[in-house]
Design a protein around this ligand. Structure first.
Ligand code: FES
Length: 130
């Protein structure tokens, strides 16, 4: 069973965009999915409150890694303040497929990493529901 959305996820998994590291990153942040140990790490270069450059690396399932790849494309050029309002629904819309609760954790790992990094950089506290 395949769909354009699934093909897109597999493409991002096999050919991750913005993969790697940024030696001069202002934000370096890493977290794992407690259910499986899969990891996403992000490096972000910030200029004037905007994501100037971003890279990620990690290991894990197709959903977690594809979600990270898509998210890096989405937030490049975005204001950190605007990243704070990205919610889980936007990630699900970005992926475009139905997910079980377990896979939801996979999909949201990259958003969690990104938000921890952004809030930390801004010196603000991340609320548990975010
Ligand atoms: Fe580990 Fe998906 S199975 S993040």
């Amino acid at each position: 069973m395949t769909s354009p959305e699934l093909e897109n996820i597999l493409d991002h998994y096999r050919n991750p965009r913005n993969y790697g590291e940024l030696p001069d990153a202002d934000i370096r942040v890493k977290d794992s999915n407690p259910l499986c140990g899969d990891v996403v790490e992000m490096h972000i270069k910030v200029r004037d409150g905007v994501v100037e450059d971003i890279r990620f690396r990690g290991k894990g399932c197709a959903i977690s890694q594809a979600s990270a790849s898509m998210l890096t494309e989405r937030v490049r050029g975005m204001r950190l303040e605007d990243i704070k309002s990205i919610d889980r629904q936007q990630i699900l819309d970005m992926l475009g497929i139905e997910l079980s609760p377990v896979r939801l954790k996979c999909a949201l790992l990259s958003l969690k990493v990104l938000k921890v990094g952004v809030y930390g950089y801004l010196g603000e506290k991340l609320k548990p529901e975010e």
